[in-house]
Design a protein around this ligand. Structure first.
Ligand code: BGC
Length: 490
């Protein structure tokens, strides 16, 4: 994976559909700033979770066409949601139509079959696993991760459902249903999906929530080892056929060193530490932990994709083990005081997963801080990914959260923009400066493959110097004044 910058959007983030992003990338003010585009999975037919509940991997023609994709002229990153598929997928619909006679009977995980020997049947029709099995299990929501669905014969059957679900009426549901990786049909589906993503021009494939795929009674059921790595290897063999590079996505505390394992297995990993570390460094006016992380990346030769904002919240739980707990709490408090939402994992207080806020609002809507954060990101090792709203100084969208109702906290940072709004932003210092930095990062030879980074600093001062042959690019940043300077060879 090269280290040039990548834009990240929903297909309808700019101007209503992908044509808006095509036009944006071709705008002379933007040209050269992005080498890749990461389009979130609402580009496929999907329902819940703004794309992450895929009905089929066919394009949602209301939002994007093959022609739009061809007009992009940048490398494409797309999602492969291997852990789950929508209730509305043809496979799950087949189960709802034919019950036990369905060809796809084992495509999803029948909870009762899975736990048959490890619990007792309740009068509600699902097996309650014995406490010792649930104790160590990683659960994302309260209660058991199941959706009860009614079969044609009227019986109710629980299916494994790690993420979102919604019951609309009797026999009408929405939900992200976990796939059964022991079914050969699931593997055929994986292969067909990867082939399809390649046919769209995909070159980087984000493996969404891959750590939930391997399941076994008595295990944590989150990153089960070695099963998870074996699944990834099998997917990789398929992906290689289509020249696809895999980017596994996982949130875990730094101290668990999962990011290191991912790299050891030969993958690029997400740098989910940088967003929180930068806010911490800027707010505390101290770059100590940021420098520590850069040294860590260098010493362990970690290959990363980094970002400021993204479609999810700002990850803070991930920083455990890298930043002292009280400093994590302080950083969370700052973002919350500026309008951010905290979502607790398993409803347990103090198990902060992410804080939902735009990055600009998290930084107090201070343009100098935002530009400083961007400059630092672009001097980091790794491939920089840029959330479109950050480019335009997007602010916390409280109205969108209100409209989305219960569980709609992520909408705070997902505002769609009209072409007019974007064109207006393209005249602002905040947007133009970021584009200039991005172009610089993409084109200056000091950042070419094989370049060497030297980082020094103390207190609020931090310097990052890239050298490649006779080429040099240097960032001197002051976390106190938020002023930075860039010096470079021509
Ligand atoms: C995505 C989330 C999504 C979840 C389930 C995550 O990794 O980033 O937005 O809700 O996977 O697909």
């Amino acid at each position: 994976m090269n280290n040039k910058a990548m834009l990240n959007v929903y297909p309808d983030s700019i101007g209503g559909n992908l044509k808006g992003t095509v036009a944006f990338l071709q705008n002379t003010a933007v040209e050269g700033a992005f080498h890749n585009l990461y389009i979130l999975p609402s580009i496929y037919n999907s329902d819940l979770d703004r794309g992450f509940s895929v009905i089929s991997y066919d394009l949602n023609e209301n939002l994007a066409t093959k022609e739009d994709l061809q007009n992009l002229h940048v490398g494409l990153k797309l999602d492969f949601v291997l852990n789950h598929a929508s209730v509305q997928s043809p496979q799950f619909q087949d189960i709802l139509a034919h019950g036990n006679h369905s060809h796809y009977k084992d495509f999803f995980i029948n909870w009762n079959t899975f736990w048959a020997d490890y619990g007792h049947m309740t009068d509600k029709g699902y097996i309650q696993p014995d406490p010792q099995y649930l104790e160590g299990m990683y659960l994302r929501k309260e209660g058991l991760p199941i959706l009860m669905v009614e079969m044609p014969d009227g019986t109710e059957v629980p299916y494994w459902n790690t993420f979102y679900q919604q019951k609309i009426s009797r026999r009408k549901y929405l939900g992200q249903m976990d796939l059964n990786i022991h079914s050969p049909l699931v593997w055929d589906f994986y292969e067909n999906t990867l082939e399809k993503l390649a046919s769209y021009g995909g070159s980087i494939i984000r493996l969404d929530a891959f750590a939930y795929a391997a399941k076994q009674p008595g295990a944590r059921n989150f990153l089960n080892e070695p099963e998870t790595w074996n699944i990834l290897k099998r997917i990789r063999l398929m992906a290689d056929k289509y020249n696809l590079q895999l980017l596994p996505e996982i949130h875990a505390e730094y101290r668990e060193k999962v990011h290191e394992k991912i790299c050891k297995e030969g993958y690029t990993t997400y740098d989910f530490f940088l967003p929180g570390l930068l806010i911490h460094a800027i707010e505390k006016r101290n770059g100590e932990y940021l420098i520590k992380w850069i040294h860590d990346i260098q010493q362990k030769e970690l290959k990363t994709v980094n970002m400021l904002g993204c479609h999810d919240g700002i990850p803070l739980l991930d920083l455990r083990g890298l930043l002292p707990d009280d400093e994590i709490d302080e950083t969370i408090a700052i973002i919350v005081s500026r309008g951010g939402y905290v979502k607790n994992v398993q409803s347990k207080k103090k198990m902060y997963y992410q804080v939902n806020a735009t990055y600009f609002s998290a930084l107090g809507e201070n343009e100098n801080k935002m530009l400083l954060a961007r400059a630092l990101q672009l001097f980091m090792p790794g491939k920089p990914q840029v959330w479109y709203l950050d480019l335009f100084g997007g602010k916390n969208d409280m109205e969108a959260v209100r409209l989305a109702g219960e569980g709609g906290h992520k909408e705070i940072n997902r505002t769609n923009l009209s072409n007019e709004q974007v064109n207006r932003a393209l005249k602002t210092n905040l947007t133009l400066k970021q584009l200039e930095l991005l172009r610089f990062r993409n084109t200056h030879p000091a950042f070419e493959e094989g370049a060497v980074l030297t980082v020094t600093g103390e207190g609020s001062q931090i310097s990052l110097v890239w050298n490649h042959g006779k080429h040099m690019a240097r960032l001197d940043a002051d976390l106190y004044t938020h002023i930075y300077t860039i010096t470079k060879t021509s």
